[in-house]
Ligand binder design. Structure first.
Ligand code: C2E
Ligand code: MG
Ligand code: MG
Ligand code: MG
Length: 291
């Protein structure tokens, strides 16, 4: 059953693992081996242009194929990774994997942007920029294909450092998004300080947006503010068609969430890309026929 669920890309929730200190100690001790043995795998979740439903990109979200516990979501281990010395090696691994996948999609004629989640610690790592530069150079991918997601709390650790790092990403041609936007204490200060390409409205604002007039007003205002600053807006956690329809009406640029697709192995994106190609081929054919 577990193998089947994994193949289907369904998250396996392991209740036994939740809030269990002994298990935490065990997992912590296994991180390094997990990295060496490629037990971490990137899943990809689609991002969709709300205007026409076409694929805007994918977010790389890590899973741990644990030999005893099965497929683990980052909630079980990202904190452990961040508290341990492997966080730098871990992020390098995720970036290398994402770059490989970008290259693969490029070579298959289905170019796609991929966003990688960073940790606050990566921003403090003086070797990070040279590493990224090398990853871009040796792969030869278009830097615009790679995006970084930074949570508000990560950028908050040291705003001056965040500002410098985001400028460096911009110089390399890598777009940066602020993840889980609106959950932090001084969200608007970031918009002032940080030269980001995109903000991702946290799921908290999206869950009730259809039924809660206040949420709708807040979302409307955040979209207008970001657009006036030239920042693109993604809505996270879209689970229902009516949420997607409302966000489109509110001029939100991009949607992401279970309604469009759960994080799943790269092959699931391949399937989406294939349908997109069919759609655009049909459109081209129809337009040609109309002329
Ligand atoms: P995130 O970057 O905000 O990623 C989205 C999370 O929300 C994922 O949870 C995803 O499964 C979930 N999600 C997406 N759409 C929906 C929806 O419609 N409804 C609901 N209920 N949930 C949705 P996940 O996989 O548990 O990841 C949690 C967090 O772990 C991520 O949040 C991200 O901050 C972190 N993370 C994931 N991969 C990495 C990584 O490679 N490196 C680092 N540093 N952090 C990572
Ligand atoms: Mg993210
Ligand atoms: Mg997010
Ligand atoms: Mg979120």
């Amino acid at each position: 059953l577990r193998a089947k669920r994994m193949r289907l890309g369904i998250q396996v929730y392991n209740d036994r693992l939740a809030h269990n200190n002994t298990v935490e100690v065990t997992l912590r001790s296994q991180l390094r081996t997990a990295l060496q043995q490629n037990q971490f795998e990137l899943y990809y979740q689609p991002k969709v242009w709300l205007s026409d439903g076409s694929l805007a990109g994918a977010e790389a979200i890590v899973r741990w194929n644990h030999p005893d516990e099965g497929l683990l979501s980052p909630g079980y281990f990202i904190n452990l990774v961040e508290q341990s010395g492997i966080v730098h090696a871990f992020t390098r691994y995720t970036i290398d994997s994402a770059v490989k996948q970008i290259k693969k999609w490029d070579s298959e004629g289905t170019p796609l942007s991929v966003a990688v989640n960073l940790s606050a610690y990566n921003l403090m790592d003086t070797a990070f920029i040279p590493f990224v530069e090398k990853a871009l150079f040796s792969s030869g991918i278009d830097p615009a294909r790679l995006e970084f997601e930074l949570t508000e709390s990560a950028t908050m650790v040291d705003i001056a450092v965040s500002k410098r790092m985001i400028s460096a990403f911009n110089l390399l041609g890598i777009k940066t998004s602020i993840d889980d936007f609106g959950t932090g204490m001084s969200s608007f200060a970031y918009l002032r300080e940080l030269d980001v390409h995109t903000i991702k409205l946290d799921r908290a604002f999206i869950t009730d947006v259809v039924h809660n007039a206040k949420d709708e007003k807040i979302v409307t205002a955040m979209i207008a503010l970001c657009h006036s600053l030239g920042i693109e807006v993604v809505a996270e956690g879209i689970e229902q068609q009516d949420q997607a329809a409302l966000l489109k009406k509110l001029n939100c640029d991009i949607g992401q969430g279970f309604f469009f697709g759960k994080p799943a192995p790269a092959e699931n994106i391949d399937a989406l890309l294939a349908t997109q190609q069919d759609i655009s081929a049909n459109l081209t054919a129809t337009r040609a026929a109309e002329r």
